[in-house]
Ligand binder design. Sequence first.
Ligand code: T1G
Length: 700
Amino acid sequence: MSELVQLTRDGEIAIITIQNPPVNALSPGVPEGILASIETVASDDAIQAAVLIGANRRFIAGADIKEFAKITSGGKRSIGLNEVLDKVENCSKPVVAAIEGHAFGGGLETAMACHYRVAAPSAQVGQPECKLGIIPGAGGTQRLPRLCGVAKAAELCAFGDPVKASEALTLGIVDQVIAGDMLAGAVAFAREAAAKPLIRTRDRNGKLSEAADFDAIRKAAAKRSRNLMAAQKAIDSVEASTKMSFDEGLANEQKLFMECLYSDQSKAMIHVFFGEREVAKIPGITKETPVIPIAAAAVIGAGTMGGGIAMCFANAGIPVIVKETTQEALDRGLATIRKNYSNSVKKGRFSQEVMDARMALMTPQLTYDGFEKADIVIEAVFEGMALKKQIFGELDGIVKQGAILASNTSTLNIDEIASATKRPEFVVGTHFFSPANVMKLLEVVRGKETSLPVINTCMQLGKKLAKVSVLVGNCFGFVGNRMFGPYRREAQFLVEEGASVPAVDQVLYNFGMAMGPLATGDLAGLDVGWRIRKEIAHLQKPGIRQPVAEDQLCEKGRYGQKTGVGWYKYDENRNAVVDPDVAAWVKQWATEKGIEQREIGADEILDRCIYALVNEGARILEEGFALRSVDIDIVYLYGYGFPAYRGGPMKYADLVGLDKVYARICEFEKQHGELWRPAPLLEKLAKEGSTFSAWDKSRG
Ligand code: T1G
């Protein structure tokens, strides 16, 4: 028996225990161990039934995702699970799956091949494969509809959301919910089952004839996961279960599974799965690195960002002081917070009691009273260096030693802000994204003095605030905004050169971005970039082309949604309406600048915008302002609406091929000059036929 699967007995009941920490994935050796155990159960007359359970109160989290690359690189034929599950299902003795923690993907498929399933109240089951760009590949789309009905099975496989044990019981996925000692309860259940006739899940065809509006489910899946192939394929496979025999359905599922597995979408989404976990690993930070306890917080500024940040702390149950300079500003800030919470209550996200409890954790005030008790203070005031340094100077005299002083600046120099204090090792950037109570990304900006315990604390705090924390370096715009500059620059240049505003946005929207670059400018406020450009105008290199259109729009007071006009006009429901005036003005501004207007195709629009991201990303990596290319990808997925099925800008470039990306950028350099000078790292990797992912690995 492999050490990954243990077979023990409790009288006439066999206990098959999966022990493959941390999540009991079906790594090589586990399916084999299950198979050997089942063969023993079937052949030993002393055994009446069996329980399949996971060690550490965790059932099986699915196939070993790390193995997929071996399949797509030709090193391995398949996950080889179907043969094993066929043996489980055809075992002559009842096999009971005892589910604690997560039964996900191949884990649920294994449980459904068993004859019965019992679950702990806190257990969750699900088919999240579509979040990896694949579909269930071991019978999930054939056995699940037989247990919970066709429509529900299609939804569970297309959306990938888990269901709790109580709902799984109602749906018929599990047969009993057992509180307390799971093993004892499962063994007792198995004893009873031994006396009952065996029913294989594959034979439970009753629910296959239930009505299901597959087109409605396809539409809902397309709305929720735009352009995601796996979601649609999963629905196709479940629908096939109503038209084919079990074995035909299984073969069809395998075919669709392989189509998805070999797709770029799946490679991208598996990259994201491991990337979300990789970004939390910081060289030099270990389990021994101290974490500063955060039991009380304070936020300076109750504006859009300050208010959203305060909500994050209250949502996490951490008391938070909210300081403003005027009562009017404080009232306005609190009113916005209250409105946001009321909207959530109206939408049934949580109760009025929860809202009241969160509001009660906030202390709005005009003074620094109580700041001496705060474990972290986050400054979220206007983007002005002088004001920030004044505030950090004041905080330095008030806040207790050992507390963290953080700035929510989105562009300014953390070291310069820290220089206003005598404790730069406790100063850090915590760059939230608007709306801060919604957006999942948190850029943790390390200053040159910022200590590892402070970084460690902020990375962990991000998790507590339900954020994805990414550590970035202290360069202008850090990672996200530094790359966003060239991306939006190219979008403006393309419009000045003749592309229409909606055309540019539509190309990036079709690519999968949540919103086009120009509409995003209108959402964030065109004046934000305009003020920053004016602040740094003295830094601009002479002779380098600068976009003109957005500054001109701002000169006209067109800041975007907040003024009702920007690149677009906005109706009373904030829907964007194309404004022909803008096209006429841009034509005039371009002509004044001697910029020739021409027909521009979708490929050029896409490549200039996305490759501007990639080129700047490569510069950030070689300058050391991001630890790994995957960190940049995660920043773009959670902060800038980059589609997960593209993997992020750096992974997308890898999938296109860095040689092609480099060649295209060289073309643009010829046409548009030094703004498009390829980053040396990109040039190097392209010429070596390598990838950014390989570069990450090479840095260990
Ligand atoms: N394969 C390989 N490694 C895995 C893994 C998996 N399925 N799941 C987790 N890990 C690693 C993870 O990278 C991390 O590693 C460590 O385990 C702890 O994970 C045939 C084809 C179960 C909810 O999609 O959702 O089955 O960073 O930090 O927060 O049809 O892990 O420590 O080195 O996430 O407690 C379908 C994926 C696979 C579930 C636990 N299954 N896992 O969350 O721990 S495809 C999934 C999760 C499949 C079949 C198909 C979560 C979790 P490291 P963690 P956690």
